[in-house]
Design a protein around this ligand. Structure first.
Ligand code: 13P
Ligand code: SF4
Length: 304
């Protein structure tokens, strides 16, 4: 049955000149059929440069919105429009404007886990993969960082010369990874390295041997001579970690590392989306142009 669904998806992808992008947290079977999997930065770059007519975005709403912002001529489909990001919902454009008016002239760095409208009120975007570079690229010594307090504080420790005004948003999935759970896993696996995402609480990332974006984890584990890793990010990451490094062992840091939104999209949803060419994600043109400015400034920063 699943084979038939996959065949139909492939047929329709080809028929519509569509590309299937999937975030590293998607269900295993969705990652398996994706043309491209990646972290938020890699998927934004891909969305900006693809020659496909249709982008099927297997991820959450803000990711498809970024694709719509960057590729206005393309149809961007989000098979599950109810797949949101609670962190992105923690700041609105009105709230950001209030904060900006209390700090006139201070630039705003906005994590891509945010709405198009919030991006439109920002100076530059960042992802977990380039946040430090983005902050370092600013000539100003003061900045507003929204919405993720954990990513913001993680970056801030490397740039003590800069004053951060934080927004107290957070990822509920990563914050459910408690210090006690990580300590227990470390005690059970004393030979393992602990890697975690910068969306983790500061007291958790302080215990990590390496803190990086989801795709950064693949690179780190592939290159590292270590044979065992305790993984502090959403469970979907395990699929490709195990595929990339079959000789290594990966242990999830906490059973709570499960993002319900990232798990919504099934193969059947992808098929239905391609059959109906919906739901289409669009952004009003005035907002799109301003948000694109913030994303383009981020994308202009060279990658490593
Ligand atoms: P990255 O894949 O960019 O590290 O982001 C993680 C995330 O939380 C996406 O929602
Ligand atoms: Fe949002 Fe966290 Fe889920 Fe990513 S893992 S989509 S930041 S709630």
């Amino acid at each position: 049955m699943q084979d038939v669904v996959i065949q139909q998806i492939k047929f329709l992808l080809n028929k519509h000149n569509a590309v299937l992008l999937a975030h590293n947290y998607m269900r295993d079977e969705v990652q398996e059929i994706a043309d491209i999997t990646g972290d938020s930065l890699a998927l934004s770059i891909e969305a900006a440069k693809t020659s496909a007519d249709v982008i099927v975005f297997c991820g959450v709403h803000f990711m498809a919105e970024s694709a719509a912002i960057l590729s206005p001529g393309k149809k961007v489909l989000l098979p599950r429009p109810d797949a949101g990001c609670p962190m992105a919902d923690m700041v609105t454009a009105e709230e950001l404007e209030l904060l900006k008016s209390a700090h006139p002239g201070v630039p705003v760095v906005t994590y891509v886990n945010s709405s198009a409208e919030v991006k439109a009120h920002s100076d530059i975007c960042c992802t977990s993969a380039n946040a430090l570079k983005v902050v370092r690229s600013l000539p100003e010594n003061e900045l507003i960082f929204v919405p993720d307090r954990n990513l913001g504080r993680w970056v801030a420790q490397f740039v003590p010369e800069k004053k951060f005004i934080f927004w107290e948003g957070f990822c509920p999935t990563h914050e459910r990874m408690t210090l006690a759970a990580v300590q227990q896993k470390k005690a059970e696996h004393p030979d393992a390295l602990f890697i975690c995402h910068p969306e983790s609480a500061p007291k958790v990332s302080a215990l990590a041997d390496h803190v990086c974006s989801t795709s950064g984890m693949y690179d780190y584990c592939r290159i590292s001579p270590a044979k065992k890793f305790i993984v502090g990010t959403e469970a979907g990451i395990l699929y490709k970690l195990r595929l990339d490094s079959p000789d290594k062992e990966f242990v999830l840091a906490s059973p709570a590392l499960f993002c319900p939104n990232m798990k919504l999209t099934s193969l059947e949803d992808v098929l239905l989306s391609l059959q109906t060419l919906s739901p289409v994600i669009t952004v009003p043109e005035d907002i799109r142009l301003k948000a694109k400015g913030a994303l383009d400034r981020m994308l202009a920063i060279p990658r490593d």
